[in-house]
Design a protein around this ligand. Sequence first.
Ligand SMILES: [Zn+2]
Length: 105
Amino acid sequence: MNSYYYTDEEVNNILTRDGFKCVVCGNRENEILKLNIGFLENKTNVNLKSNLNKVTLCENHKNINEIHSLKKLFLDLHQISINENNSEFISFTNKILKVYEYESK
Ligand SMILES: [Zn+2]
């Protein structure tokens, strides 16, 4: 378990609450799979006992979650660029969002 963002106590509390399992897939930490603490934006798919959005995630689900958060950030930036009529940024965010479309195929 590696965490640069949380205190040991916070990590322990979150892991204990979630039963030392990824809240998305239920996998436990092993030699291959490490558990992380992450933020879960879409809580509707997951049966969480707590409404805190800091949860235990395996590496697979932490990465998926980070990719979604970044995509949302670029979508917001794209919308702002359109509102400001900033053609340089519209072109930039378009290129980034095309990569997301390509990656999700
Ligand atoms: Zn998982």
